[in-house]
Design a protein around this ligand. Structure first.
Ligand code: SF4
Length: 475
């Protein structure tokens, strides 16, 4: 008998359906393939990442599960509204659904509140029995033991990396803009053997993608002893390239850097966010010290670990003068790649409460809270000044000439610690990862920063249909 089919859709839609889709990230987000791994075998599963493939509304799937972040909620509601009249049962989940369930629930047949592993198998059982309840709520901080491996065989082929997993959840820092600080949960770690099992589980993955992996934690360095123990085990797997993410103060620990290099970490995402100490303090990002950046980034680059650094615009203490100097400052500290965005007062965060209390929100359309729109009034700068700076920094940083110059500088910094063949492999991988990330970000700058959002800054939605929250806590 044919099994019923579940289509898991990881939403990513801020380009408009008329635009081409592209893999802004080298690897898929974890939720879709993790949920597929948790799904009992009674269901046939497909995972669709909207970042790289449009939704097929004529799918033969019986059930649809939508995973989405806050700014994608209006889009998620629209997707659910198109599927439900076809008789499909549509389930919603993700951080926003978990934070504002009363807002989200009316749009779905059922929602999953919290982390999926302990609740999803029960939901599927009820779904198949025709007894699906409107809401399933997980423990606020469930154990991370015995989570099955993600379904790497279902990763879209357009992602350069297929092997992605997580080792920890949450983060010990209090950054006021971070969604993790809407409702803080304790920093938790998975058993190291479980993480290693995931990384070895390459069945169904094309051979050329078996040598690269990403650990998609919020902050791998939340417990450095654990991180070091894990990196020692990862080093034994002899990947060509591993990517991960951690907060910058971890780089004060030389042993941590050494173990990253031994594990063949080739890309570290770091929340640098600003080169303005006053702005960093204002958002409680006190673990970042601007005077340390240059030394830290060089320390990583010498070992073949590229820095992929977040950079936020429109933080409250930023000024026109700061942005005038920013391109030269970035050149001096030597970031390899930046991920730039305009500051987002995510609903429910301490930053959002602060901006609301000062009456500075100018745009309540949730779909604009994606990092390319300015949705609040800045205390010192006009929207035009901010957007001019946002464009100019991206234009300078992602010019073809600047990309080539940074590549040459990083290659020249490499220190050989291994045999010549391994060293040459390292140079090739570093070049590949650097160019791939730079091309993704340059493309994003061209599609979103230069072309799309200039007119949209602090403007009401052009189609005259602003998103209206159903939930009082969001209104
Ligand atoms: S360090 Fe990063 S993950 Fe941790 S709270 Fe700050 S922004 Fe969030």
């Amino acid at each position: 008998m044919k099994k019923p089919k579940l289509l898991i859709v990881v939403l990513f839609q801020n380009l408009g359906e008329e635009h081409p889709y592209y893999a802004r990230n080298p690897a898929p987000p974890l939720p879709g393939i993790l949920l597929a791994g948790l799904t009992p075998p009674e269901l046939q599963v497909e995972v669709l990442h909207e970042m790289v493939r449009p939704i097929n509304y004529a799918t033969e799937a019986d059930y649809i599960a939508l995973s989405f972040m806050d700014y994608l909620a209006p889009h998620a509601y629209e997707v659910a509204r198109r599927f439900r009249p076809q008789g499909k049962i549509v389930i919603g989940g993700g951080k926003f659904a978990s934070t504002f369930p009363d807002e989200v629930q009316p749009h779905f047949d059922s929602i999953l509140v919290g982390e999926a592993p302990t609740v999803w198998p029960t939901m599927v059982r009820d779904l198949l029995a025709g007894q699906l309840k409107p809401r399933y709520v997980a423990d606020p901080a469930p154990s991370l033991e015995n989570i099955p491996p993600p379904r790497y065989d279902l990763v879209e082929s357009r992602y350069a990396v297929a092997i992605v997993t997580e080792a920890t959840r949450s983060c010990p820092h209090p950054c006021t803009y971070c969604a993790l600080n809407i409702r803080r949960t304790p920093f938790r770690m998975r058993p190291i053997p479980d993480v290693i099992r995931d990384l070895r589980n390459t069945r169904g993955v094309p051979w050329h993608k078996r040598k690269m992996a990403m650990i998609l934690d919020n902050n791998l360095g939340g417990d450095l002893s654990y991180a070091k123990a894990l990196l020692r085990e990862i080093a034994k797997l002899r990947f060509w390239a591993v990517g991960t993410q951690f907060s910058i103060e971890c780089l004060r620990d030389d042993e941590f850097v050494d173990l990253l290099a031994k594990a063949r970490c080739r890309m570290a995402f770091i929340g640098m966010e600003s080169l303005n100490d006053r702005s960093l303090h204002a958002v409680q990002k006190r673990q970042n010290r601007v005077e340390e950046y240059k030394e830290f980034f060089a320390k990583l680059h010498r070992r073949g670990i590229l820095t992929f650094t977040g950079l936020m615009f429109a933080l409250d203490e930023d000024t026109v003068e700061y942005y005038r100097r920013l391109p030269a400052m970035l050149d001096d500290v030597g970031n390899a790649v930046i991920l730039s965005s305009i500051a987002i007062p995510i609903y429910g965060t301490p930053l959002h409460r602060h901006v609301v209390a000062e009456g500075r929100i100018t745009d309540t359309d949730l779909s604009h809270y994606e990092g390319d729109h300015l949705v609040f009034r800045h205390p010192h700068m006009t929207p035009e000044e901010i957007f001019e700076a946002y464009q100019r920094v991206n234009r300078v940083f992602y010019s073809v000439r600047a990309i080539a110059r940074r590549w040459a500088r990083i290659i020249a910094m490499q220190v050989r610690e291994e045999s010549w063949p391994q060293y040459l492999l390292r140079l090739a991988v570093v070049s590949f990862v650097y160019l791939k990330l730079s091309i993704f970000q340059r493309h994003h700058a061209q599609v979103r920063v230069f072309a799309a959002s200039g007119q949209a800054l602090a403007q009401p939605p052009a189609d005259g249909r602003p998103w209206k929250p159903a939930c009082a806590s969001l209104a």
